[in-house]
Each structure stands twice: as structure tokens, then as C-alpha cells.
Design a protein. Structure first.
Length: 267
């Protein structure tokens, strides 16, 4: 038997086992999604009966309520400011932590695992939950939203930064290090130039994301346009509600386009 024939025979012998593994995997996926369907209480009948209500609400929302437009714009400004300050603070905090969390450049390898665990904790708690905690700690208002955004984004941005750093070539790092330069100088001149475009792009992405996410922080009293959104929903004031949604969509779209343009310039 030739080598090719033996390879074909081995392939044929492996086919039943491969088919069995595929069948088991598909069966497990079906069971998983069946359980998810049950736990999520998906009910298409309720969806069909509920959709007409949305149509009636849309009809009730016309004409839009523009009398409070200056208030809506002010609240939207609060939302954008919360996202900007929270994201900026998170990025500044993330830079040094990302160095500790990057296996290839960390000055203290023993802290690598602990740092990654710390970042996972921050990432695992949503900014909404952090904002809820800070509302209880510092009171109602946008400051609680800033703190909630900053903590969650700190963990997420630092993890993204560390992943970028781990993906770079270490040749410039070793070359600068061989000159006797200190670690800070090595990171500044050998690592930062390689990862800076990616870091800036990531920071812009998180600011863009946080503008959208922070629109709902007002639900827990963290200020911003979300607070007016919740008030309108509680009162079933649909002209006011859909005016607020329209303002949010316009502002978010403009900021998304501006952020996307900047990211394209950085790449």
C-alpha cells in the first residue's frame, strides 16, 4: 500500500468519529438554545399582540413636544460631558495598568495575573451598576455617572491596551533597552510609538460607546438625558418621549460619524 493509499484509508477510518463529534456538538447547541429560549421566556404571540401598541404610541407622539428642547439639549450636554470626562479619566488610568497587564513588557511579572484579575472585575461590573452604587455614595447627578463610566471603562480600555502591547514586536524595545535607557524611556520611545494609533482609536471607540451607554444612566439618578427619558416614560408622555429619543439619535449619530472619521485618520 502506498503512502497516499494509507492516508486515504486513515481518513476514511476517521470519518465516523468526526461525524459523531459533529452530531454531539450540534445536539449540545440545540439543547443550549432550547434552554435559553425557555429561560428568556420568548413568546412570539406576545410580540405580535404588543407591536400594535407601539404603532398607537407613535401616532400619539405627533406633533413632537419642542417646548422643552433647551432642557433636552442641556441634559444631552450633560450626557456627552459624563462620557468625555469618564472616558478620559479611564484612559489615563488604563495606560500604566496596561503595562502591568502586558506579559511582554510588565516590570513585575508576578503582578501580571493579579492585574488581569483586577481588570476583569472592573470589566465584569457594568457602568450602570457602578453608577447605581455611586448615586448612593455621592448623591444624585452627573458626577455619579462620571464615576460609573470611568471605573467600567478603566478595566475595558486597559485590557484592550494590554492586548495591543502584547502584539507588538519587541525588537525596538530590546534595542533601546540595550543602550542602558531606563524602563520609562524604553516604553516611551520604543513601545508607545508603535501602539499609539491603536490606543487613540480604542479611546475614541470607548468615548463613542459611553455616549450611547450613558443615555440610560439617568434611570438610576445619574443625570443626563436618561433622567428626562425615564420621566417621560413614567408619565406616558409620548410626544416628549419621542422628542428626547430624536435628540439622542441625532447627537449620537453626529458623534459616531466624527469619531469614525478620527479613527480612520489614525489608522
Amino acid at each position: 500500500m502506498t503512502t497516499a493509499q494509507r492516508a486515504l484509508a486513515a481518513l476514511d477510518a476517521a470519518q465516523p468519529a468526526r461525524r459523531w463529534r459533529t452530531a454531539v456538538l450540534l445536539g449540545a447547541l440545540l439543547l443550549f438554545y432550547a434552554a435559553c429560549w425557555k429561560l428568556a421566556e420568548v413568546d412570539l404571540g406576545r410580540l405580535a399582540s404588543g407591536l400594535p401598541k407601539i404603532g398607537r404610541w407613535l401616532l400619539q407622539a405627533w406633533p413632537p413636544a419642542l417646548a422643552e428642547l433647551p432642557l433636552f439639549l442641556h441634559r444631552t450636554g450633560e450626557t456627552v460631558a459624563m462620557a468625555a470626562i469618564g472616558t478620559t479619566a479611564a484612559v489615563l488610568l488604563a495606560l500604566p495598568v496596561a503595562v502591568l497587564a502586558a506579559r511582554n513588557v510588565t516590570p513585575w511579572p508576578r503582578l501580571y495575573g493579579l492585574t488581569r484579575m483586577f481588570l476583569n472585575v472592573l470589566r465584569g461590573v457594568d457602568s450602570f451598576v457602578f453608577a447605581l452604587l455611586f448615586v448612593a455614595a455621592v448623591g444624585l447627578g452627573p458626577f455619579a455617572g462620571v464615576l460609573g463610566i470611568a471605573l467600567h471603562t478603566w478595566g475595558s480600555a486597559a485590557k484592550n491596551f494590554a492586548d495591543h502591547i502584547e502584539g507588538i514586536s519587541l525588537e525596538p524595545f530590546e534595542a533601546v533597552r540595550s543602550t542602558g535607557a531606563g524602563r520609562l524611556a524604553v516604553l516611551t520611545y520604543a513601545v508607545l510609538p508603535d501602539v499609539l494609533p491603536a490606543l487613540l482609536s480604542t479611546a475614541l471607540f470607548w468615548w463613542e460607546f459611553n455616549v450611547r451607554a450613558s443615555t440610560v444612566l439617568g434611570v438610576v439618578g445619574a443625570g443626563g438625558i436618561g433622567q428626562e427619558l425615564k420621566n417621560s416614560l413614567d408619565l406616558m408622555d409620548f410626544p416628549r418621549l419621542f422628542t428626547i429619543i430624536g435628540v439622542i439619535l441625532i447627537v449620537v449619530t453626529v458623534l459616531d460619524q466624527a469619531s469614525g472619521w478620527l479613527r480612520r485618520r489614525l489608522v
